[in-house]
Design a protein around this ligand. Sequence first.
Ligand SMILES: [Zn+2]
Length: 319
Amino acid sequence: MTKNLSACIICGSENRKVLRKKIRYGIRRKVLQCVRCSLIFLEPLAGVSAAYYRSNKYRALHGPDLKKQSSPREIFNTYLPFQKPIIQKLEPILRPNMKVLDVGCSTGHFLEALRGRVKTRVGIELDEAAVKFIKRNLNFKVYSEPIERVNMAEGPFDLITALQVLEHVPDPFGFLSGIAKNLKPNGYLYLELPNVSDVLLTVFKVKEYEDFYYREPHVYYYSKDTLGALLKMAGFEGKPGNVQRYNFLNHLNWILAGKPQSNFNVGNAQPVLVSAGSASAAIKDDFNEFIRGTDSKYKQLVGKYNLGENLTFLGRKKL
Ligand SMILES: [Zn+2]
């Protein structure tokens, strides 16, 4: 049976409205929304090809530093310190005898952070430079075939993770069934991906953020509800959650100045209000404690209303 290409993948409706006609860097591309189930997607739905990720085109435009292209080593060094909260989230299910697969593992920073915590770590990555970096520097196996087609001697796995990957996938059901096929019965799936209910879009409605937000090569933009529906249909049990990792000062920067902080680190680290040399250490500490406390309350508030910049999902394959 050939599926009607224009039907919504979740609810089957062909009724959609145009939200925007331009995405990041002024690229002309329609952002559409299904009128029935609210799923948001970019046109064309085919997305970009695997070759796009294999070449350096993706990293040239979408690295941790917006001002320059980062090398695999720089990407690895930038993201490694920020894997801790992800591992903390997985803590309750981690076991020393586990086999873990990370799909779309980039330079392997998450799997590196898992070192010593599980028995077997395996990555899948299409970006050739990242694969080369892992093979040279890290101590786990990496495959460069899509999950739908790859044959892995190490499988099936107890836990499969896909961090900032699902939004790139033009055929989420094919992708999720590739994951299910490589999971043990009752195995765990953990996802992180952008949340289209992001507080900067839905509460503060920062125009510059919206211009920056939708970008090639993303295909789908999920909310808690559309992600929940997709995973249920794909045979996974669990509930989507959300998390806010960019800090309060990063959001103030967007709201007041209408632009991002150019470096991933500044936006994601503990916020610092006073760093200049003239104030005494006691004064700096007091002010910085205030902004850290505010940041923590802000993140709780954002999370309470499911407005965090990332969706999370920890669930299991139905038997
Ligand atoms: Zn729909």
